[in-house]
Design a protein around this ligand. Structure first.
Ligand SMILES: [Zn+2]
Ligand SMILES: [Zn+2]
Length: 427
C-alpha cells in the first residue's frame, strides 16, 4: 500500500483528545464534538502527544494500519512549504511521502564497519557438546555486516530456565569452575572465527577498517564470572584470548554487581566491579552493563572514564519487576557517558523489521541517535527473533530509512555508534 510504514505529511483537522489521550485527524472540522466520519478510512488516529495543538494542522509521522484504523505514529507538526491538499478521503493514497527519494538500503550501509554489538552466532555456546558450527561469515557477507561481537557466556554452567519460564542460577559454581569453563568457551570462539575465516579485531584500526567482504569478530564475554573475583584474570583474557568487550554481569549475581533478574544483593556495582571497570578502561576493553541493575549502571557511569555499552535491551516506560528492559533514566545514564544502547530483535516485542525500527526510533527519541545500535543476541534469545539471519540486515536498514532516519543516522545505528565507543575504549 502506498506510503504504508513511511514517514508522511498529512493535512487535516485535529479533534480534542478522547479519554485515552488519542485524537483523530479528519478532513474537515467536525460539526459537533464526537461527530466523526463513520468510515475508518476517513480518519487517522493520532496517539497521545503533548506536542500537538488542535484545529487545522499539517502533521508528519509514520502511517500504519492496525486492525481497525489508520494510525499516524510519532506525529509532530510538519513544516509548511508543500502545496496544501485535503488528503483524508483515502489516506494511504493521498498522503505525501516526506522522506527523500528512495535510498538503496545496501548502499546506505556500504563501506563502513556495520556492527552487531552482541551475538552468540554460529552455535558458539555449544561448549559442552561441541556441536558443529553453523555459518556466520557467509550470511554476514550477504547482509552487509562487517563485525559481530561474539560473546561467550561465562556463567552458563550454573543457570537454566526455571518453572517461572525465566532464567535463574540453580547452583553455586565450584571454585575454579567458571574460569576453567571460560577457557574452553574462549577457545571455541577462536575456533569458530578460524573456521569462518573471520579475523579477530584487537585494536581500533582493525575495527575502523572492518568491512562486510571480510567479516570480523570482536571477542566478548557475557558475564565477568570467569574472573572469580580476581581482576588480574582480565589481563590474562586480554592477552590470551584478545578479549575486548566485557559485560560485567549476566544471570548470576556475581562478584561484580547486581542483575536485573534477581533481587539486589550488593546495592549495584561492587568495589571489585568498580576496579574491573577501571582496569577495562586502562587495558582497552569495552565495558558493557547489560543485565546490570539501574544502581549498577549509576555507579559504573561515575567510575568509568570511557563510554559504556548496554548491548541488548529495549525501552520501557512501565518496567515490570525483574524486566530486562530499561527505563528512559537507565538509558540516559548510558548516553551520558557517550555510550550506546543496543536494541534487541525480540519477536515478542518487535514482530517485524518495521516494529524493530520503531523500537530503535523510540530509544533514539530518548537518548539521541548517537547512542543507539543493534544487539541481536543471536542464538541467545529464549524466544523467536525478529529476523533469523544476518542476510536480512538490509531489510532493517530499509525499515530504518522508512521510519524517517537519514542515511547518516542509519549508518550510526548500524555500526557507527559502536565504532565510536570501541575506538574511545581502546584509545
Ligand atoms: Zn544477555
Ligand atoms: Zn547474550
Amino acid at each position: 500500500m502506498a506510503h504504508l510504514g513511511q514517514r508522511v505529511r498529512v493535512d487535516g483537522w485535529l479533534t480534542a483528545p478522547d479519554l485515552t489521550g488519542h485524537r483523530q485527524l479528519v478532513a474537515e472540522p467536525p460539526c459537533c464534538p464526537g461527530c466523526l466520519p463513520g468510515s475508518s478510512d476517513g480518519r487517522i488516529r493520532i496517539p497521545a502527544s503533548r506536542h500537538l495543538a488542535g484545529g487545522a494542522v499539517r502533521l508528519e509521522g509514520i502511517l500504519r494500519r492496525d486492525r481497525t484504523a489508520w494510525v499516524l505514529s510519532d506525529a509532530r507538526p510538519a513544516a509548511r512549504g508543500i502545496g496544501r491538499r485535503s488528503v483524508l478521503a483515502a489516506p494511504p493514497l493521498l498522503c505525501l511521502a516526506a522522506g527523500a527519494p528512495q535510498t538503496d538500503p545496501r548502499q546506505a550501509i556500504a563501506g563502513m564497519p556495520t556492527v552487531d554489538v552482541h551475538s552468540h552466532a554460529g552455535k558458539l555456546l555449544y561448549v559442552r557438546t561441541q556441536a558443529p558450527f553453523t555459518p556466520v561469515s557467509e550470511p554476514m557477507r550477504q547482509g552487509g555486516l562487517a563485525v559481530a561481537c561474539l560473546a561467550i557466556v561465562s556463567d552458563a554452567p550454573t543457570h537454566r530456565i526455571m518453572a517461572d519460564h525465566r532464567i535463574h542460577p540453580y547452583r553455586d559454581p565450584a571454585p575454579g569452575e567458571l574460569h576453567a569453563y571460560a577457557q574452553r568457551a574462549f577457545a571455541r570462539l577462536h575456533a569458530l572465527a578460524a573456521d569462518q575465516g573471520m579475523p579477530i579485531i584487537a585494536d581500533r584500526a582493525a575495527l575502523l577498517a572492518a568491512r562486510p567482504d571480510r567479516p570480523s569478530a570482536v571477542v566478548a564475554a557475557e558475564g565477568g564470572d570467569f574472573l572469580e573475583g580476581n581482576p588480574d584474570r582480565l589481563d590474562e583474557a586480554y592477552a590470551r584470548w584478545q578479549l575486548r568487550h566485557l559485560q560485567l554481569t549476566h544471570y548470576r549475581v556475581n562478584e561484580l554487581g547486581d542483575i536485573q533478574t534477581e533481587e539486589p544483593v550488593h546495592g549495584g556495582l561492587t568495589d571489585l566491579g568498580a576496579e574491573v571497570v577501571r582496569r577495562c578502561n586502562r587495558l582497552g576493553i569495552v565495558v558493557d552493563v547489560a543485565h546490570g541493575t539501574l544502581d549498577l549502571v549509576r555507579r559504573a557511569a561515575t567510575v568509568t572514564t570511557k563510554p559504556l555499552v548496554l548491548s541488548h535491551t529495549s525501552l520501557t516506560t512501565r518496567p515490570r519487576p525483574f524486566t530486562r528492559l530499561i527505563t528512559p533514566e537507565h538509558a540516559r545514564l548510558i548516553a551520558s557517558t557517550g555510550g550506546m544502547v543496543g536494541i534487541w530483535p525480540v519477536a515478542a516485542l518487535f514482530p517485524d523489521m518495521a516494529a524493530l525500527a520503531g523500537g530503535i526510533a523510540r530509544m533514539a527519541a530518548i537518548v539521541g541517535v548517537d547512542h543507539v545500535g543493534l544487539g541481536t543476541d543471536s542464538m541467545g534469545l529464549v524466544g523467536p527473533a525478529t529476523f533469523d539471519s544476518y542476510a536480512q540486515l538490509p531489510d532493517l536498514a530499509a525499515a530504518l530509512l522508512a521510519t524517517g532516519f537519514s542515511v547518516e543516522d542509519t549508518r550510526k545505528i548500524m555500526g557507527g555508534n559502536y565504532t565510536r565507543v570501541f575506538a574511545a575504549s581502546l584509545a
